[in-house]
Design a protein around this ligand. Structure first.
Ligand SMILES: [Zn+2]
Length: 51
């Protein structure tokens, strides 16, 4: 499940299924409103290993 979050504030958005279009639109809306650049994340942060 694709989702996006912002490192500059607590904003995050989750897309159900494959609706990445809505996710991208939400990311653009956040950028327009705040000037932040949200990052899209496709994988859960469960594998946080540093090799
Ligand atoms: Zn933000």
């Amino acid at each position: 499940m694709p989702m996006a979050s912002c490192d500059e504030c607590d904003w995050q958005c989750r897309a159900d299924g494959e609706s990445t279009v809505e996710l991208g639109r939400a990311m653009i809306d956040h950028y327009v409103e705040t000037g932040h650049s949200p990052i899209e994340r496709r994988e859960p942060a469960s594998q946080a290993k540093s090799s």
